[in-house]
Design a binder for this molecule. Structure first.
Ligand code: 3PY
Ligand code: MG
Length: 255
């Protein structure tokens, strides 16, 4: 189902989606046919636009997997559209205050929690639903709003952000967090400087009864974040899958 990923996260499972930057719906479909638990579509730093997001959600749904859409900074209208298109979750980058979190919720959650506007025709089609009220009620569990905590300010405001009704979880951005915590001195997602912040975000999110998630990437980071208790961690991203595969084939061929 297009909502298997959100249901599994709500049930307490740990999941490992892939990640796509290249705006190609069929590449995302091929990635979704692996053992990965769905695909994150990146509109913030990847090449996707609204049309390619819509097509990609459909292609991934066609192989029975879920999608999560990371929207550009502050583009909460796009987050609502991603849900209308059938996404199981949205990731909103650079959420630094409870007001930022409330603004997201207003766009992506139906009343009484938020003020999302009704019109998920494509999502209902992909979910195989014709009863609008059943879809309205299912939506609370099926559509996850994840806020990216990736700055010093977000760390300072974490408990207020987590207290906002309708926020379902956090997603740590280790690249931006390293830039923020080092005051612009360096970018290094593996910096020891992040260790305390990572453990803190995981613990506060878990204590609030919400889903702690993080940008993974390299396999060692996926392992380490799993051991810290994060429950959604992306394994690499599309160009890495190509690079690793090509390198392995060339090495295996001895050429
Ligand atoms: C970050 O690490 O800042 C991210 O946003 C991951 O893409
Ligand atoms: Mg970031």
């Amino acid at each position: 189902s297009i909502y298997s990923l959100s249901r599994r996260l709500r049930a307490g499972e740990t999941v490992y989606p892939g990640w796509v930057n290249l705006a190609d719906p069929l590449l995302a479909r091929a990635i979704a046919q692996s053992r990965l638990d769905g695909v994150v579509i990146d509109m913030q730093h990847g090449q996707f636009d609204t049309a390619t997001v819509m097509q990609t959600i459909g292609e991934v749904a066609g192989v029975g997997k879920s999608t999560i859409v990371r929207v550009p900074v502050g583009d909460f209208a796009m987050a609502a559209r991603a849900f209308d298109m059938g996404a199981a979750g949205v990731i909103a980058p650079m959420i630094n205050t409870a007001d930022d979190a409330r603004a997201l919720v207003d766009f992506v959650k139906y009343p009484p929690v938020g003020r999302r506007s009704w019109g998920p025709m494509r999502a209902m089609d992909l979910a195989g639903r014709s009863d609008a009220t059943a879809h309205l009620h299912g939506g609370a569990d099926e559509t996850l709003a994840l806020v990216m905590l990736e700055t010093r300010d977000a760390l300072a405001n974490i408990d207020e952000i987590l207290a906002v009704p309708g926020i379902d979880g956090t997603f740590v951005g280790p690249f931006d967090l390293s830039v923020s915590l080092s005051n612009g001195a360096f970018v290094d997602p593996n910096s020891a400087m992040l260790a305390e912040a990572l453990a803190h975000i995981q613990a506060r999110t878990h204590a609030a009864g919400k889903i702690p998630a993080a940008f993974g990437g390299a396999s060692v980071r996926v392992r380490a974040l799993t051991d810290l208790g994060f429950r959604m961690i992306n394994v690499g991203w599309d160009t890495v899958y190509l690079d690793v595969g090509i390198t392995a084939m060339i090495e295996a061929a001895g050429i």
